[in-house]
Ligand binder design. Structure first.
Ligand code: MRU
Length: 361
């Protein structure tokens, strides 16, 4: 997608094989990039959320393996790099998926061939991500078009967190559907949840503004009220991990939106590329690891001061006890459908779209 008229991916490889990323910690105030030159640079960028969003951290992890292989492509380093990178964030399964894939490709190769093969495989994963997200957007846009055909007015979509192009390599997942509907001339208005504590909604608002999509930023608690008033036609979110039966783990607060949607008869969809589906887990509530992040994320907020300088201010004292779970799980019974690159299915019928993962009876 474009930033100031220039097409960007969220991560790219430089001619000197540095991995360049958009530093998402300073967006939307500053557009800055950083160059990652080692596996530990990548792990740190994932941990500190300089790169974030399930698909993007999967691709970043793959490049972390490529950087590790350039330093030492032996068996021990391959295994240790994968496990160190995997430990950087626990909830989004895309990271483990990408690391497993890198390992499966590299382990059988002679050590001398691994470094080049790792760069090629990481690039393939990145390019595939773009294709998956484009296809998700095409399917998701049909949902929006269907609502517009019924109502003949702007389709009001509520989204949570940032499932846009910067959370992926390009296009995004939930926002890919919105961009493609907008580009097809369907009028859309997006309710953008602020998404405390890290305010990823500001990234969503920044992306939508850059693409010219009408939107309003709302506080996290406004969604239920808007739904009661009939001002939301569709809730469309991304996901960090979806279980085989269709439980959706996503940014903290998603579950409350799904509850409100259910109570008000508003359809609730998650837009999910197949690497986000964890076929090994049935019960997402029991088995998805929920990341607990630093208390400082809750005690502090970041923004601009009157002079336009980025500042962080403390809103709760150091002595205030804090709990900061970063994700929650929406049970499949509250999910109307999952939008994938292969089409849209009710959560219980996800395996019909991916028969290769259907379990033997
Ligand atoms: O903590 P984050 O910002 O990495 O969480 C991101 C989300 O929860 C997104 O909704 C999810 O990864 C989908 S991104 C296409």
């Amino acid at each position: 997608m474009k930033v100031n008229g220039v097409h960007h991916r969220s991560l790219w490889v430089r001619p000197d094989q540095g991995v360049e990323i958009i530093d998402q910690r300073v967006l939307p105030y500053t557009f800055a990039t950083r160059v990652l030159r080692s596996e530990s640079d990548v792990a740190e960028a994932i941990r500190t959320m300089a790169v974030r969003g399930a698909p993007l951290i999967g691709v970043a992890g793959a490049y972390g393996v490529a950087l590790a292989m350039r330093a030492d492509s032996g068996d021990d380093n391959l295994a240790q790099a994968c496990s160190r990178l995997d430990a950087s964030r626990p909830t989004a399964v895309n990271l483990r998926w990408a690391l497993d894939r890198m390992r499966a490709v590299l382990a059988p190769l002679p050590v001398a061939q691994r470094a080049d093969a790792a760069w090629r495989e990481a690039q393939r994963i990145a390019d595939e991500d773009v294709a998956l997200n484009r296809a998700i957007g095409q399917h998701g846009a049909t949902l929006i078009a269907g609502i517009h055909a019924r109502t003949r007015r702007a389709v009001r979509v509520l989204t949570h967190c940032n499932a846009g192009w910067i959370a992926t390599i390009d296009f995004g997942t939930a926002l890919s559907a919105i961009y493609q509907a907008h580009d097809a001339g369907i009028p859309v208005h997006v309710w953008v949840d602020e998404t405390r504590p890290r305010s990823q909604g500001l990234l969503t608002a920044w992306e939508l503004a850059a693409h010219g999509v009408p939107h309003s930023l709302i506080v996290d608690n406004a969604g239920g009220h808007l739904m009661q008033r009939g001002e939301v036609d569709l809730v469309l979110v991304g996901a960090d991990r979806v279980s085989a039966r269709g439980d959706v783990a996503n940014k903290i607060g998603t579950y409350l939106k799904a509850l409100a949607a259910h109570d008000n008869g508003v359809p609730f969809y998650a837009a999910v590329p197949s690497p986000t589906i964890d076929w090994r887990i049935e019960d997402g509530l029991a088995d998805v690891p929920i990341e607990e992040r630093a208390a400082s994320e809750v005690r502090e907020v970041a923004g601009l001061d009157a002079a336009g300088q980025r500042v962080t201010v403390r809103i709760a004292d150091e002595s205030t006890p804090v709990s900061n779970p970063a994700f929650d799980v929406t049970p499949a019974r509250l999910v109307t459908g999952i939008v994938t690159e292969r089409g849209i299915a009710p959560p219980g019928e996800l395996a019909a779209l991916f028969p290769e993962h259907r379990r033997a009876a």
